[in-house]
Design a protein around this ligand. Structure first.
Ligand code: G6P
Length: 371
């Protein structure tokens, strides 16, 4: 009923708007004495964390894209090597796993068969397994050595939204915790990064305030046959997740690319009027922003219609954006938390305009319990 959906037409739309609260809830109680980060429920001893040689993140679907962001954050903040792998590939390729490996399984439902089989394999090889999961007492956390629960609350829409954001938060917390225990350089910046994370619910709220403009843009794309998404760094998994949302909900051909790969193939796809959604990284000291800008120029010069997601104050992007959606100014590693919001709204509205069932897309299941 409409009441269950808080007056929204779909659970998905309700869940998109719940994201500021879901992110805030995921951060409650994480700061302990002396400003130290605490992850009590994790149950991994400090020695175990210090002895880690490598981390392998395994997941499926949207959770896999959270894992890609996790890799960037964990390696940057902790200097621990991280691999990210699709759960369905992991077990069948004879991966190198032993008792100095931490396998991190990310699953909203905790029941995805591919992920469950992958952790069973990892355990049989001696690895420690940490689950990042939204469902208390589900199979994946039950079979793991440790768990970080996400605090999204029940997610009903088949396409994951608040589940994804809370997974990102859990991944950042894990990364910062490992940095703290290992005493890396970033161990001293935890307080600052936590403050940046604590500001995210307000930033997400700000993006949600531009929902109407994004809906209008989505409705203008009802006739699109294909949509491309470009991103770099932490914006690359956002591009992939934005494309996945369009496939899942609008049944539209959509692909995400790392913008640096354009010249190695995808640019051949560009033709007059093709919509290309570009996740523009913040303007930092490095070359990231300039490189993205040149990618956008290249596709636009070949006729693409560019829809750019760029931070407030980024004027360099304006001449190359046919449409411009503003994002709050946040560090690049945290940008997925704000950059995915317009893409969720875009897919939800476009699917609605096409007359599809947004909460129960054809052929998909909320939790896939067969391999
Ligand atoms: C299904 C759902 C996706 C989800 C994926 C992984 O495909 O439709 O939304 O991302 O499973 O689910 P999990 O519960 O393991 O995160």
């Amino acid at each position: 009923s409409a009441a269950e959906k808080d007056g929204h037409d779909w659970f998905m739309r309700k869940e998109i708007f719940e994201q500021p609260r879901a992110v805030a809830d995921s951060l409650i109680g994480r700061r302990g004495a002396g400003g130290l980060l605490q992850l009590d429920e994790m149950r991994l001893a400090d020695e175990e964390i210090r002895d880690l040689d490598k981390i392998i993140v395994i997941a499926c679907g949207t959770s896999f894209y959270a894992g890609m962001v996790a890799k960037y954050a964990i390696e940057h903040w902790t200097r621990t090597p991280v691999e990210v792998e699709l759960a369905s590939e992991f077990r069948y390729r004879d991966p190198i796993v032993d008792n100095t490996t931490l396998v991190v399984a990310i699953s909203q439902s905790g029941e995805t068969a591919d992920t469950l089989q992958a952790i069973r394999h990892a355990k049989s090889q001696g690895a420690r397994v940490l689950a990042i999961c939204n469902t208390n007492g589900s199979s994946i956390p039950r079979e793991s050595d440790a768990v970080i629960y996400t605090h999204a609350g029940p997610e009903i829409g088949v396409a994951s939204t608040k589940g994804f954001l809370t997974q990102l938060v859990a991944c950042y917390l894990l990364a910062l915790y490992v940095a703290q225990v290992k005493g890396t350089r970033y161990g001293d910046e935890i307080d600052e990064i936590m403050q940046q994370l604590e500001a995210m619910p307000d930033h997400i709220e700000t993006v949600l305030e531009s929902a109407d403009a994004i809906y209008e843009l989505a409705r203008a794309h009802v006739g699109a046959r294909s949509v491309l998404f470009l991103g770099r760094h932490a914006g690359y998994p956002v591009a992939l997740e934005g494309a996945l949302k369009l496939k899942e909900l609008a049944y539209l051909h959509a692909e995400g690319f790392a913008a640096g790969e354009l010249k190695h193939g995808p640019i051949a796809l560009i033709e007059e009027g093709l919509p290309v959604l570009c996740v523009v990284p913040p303007r930092g000291r490095d070359q990231l922003h300039a490189k993205m800008l040149s990618g956008i120029q290249e596709v636009r010069a070949r006729g693409a219609r560019t829809i750019c997601l760029a931070e407030e104050g980024d004027q360099a992007i304006t001449p190359y954006a046919d449409d411009l959606i503003r994002l709050p100014q946040v560090p690049v590693l945290l940008q997925p938390l704000v950059a995915i919001i317009p893409l969720q709204l875009f897919a939800c509205e476009l699917a609605t305009a096409l007359g599809h069932d947004v909460d129960q897309p054809r052929n998909l299941a909320k939790s896939v319990t067969v391999e």
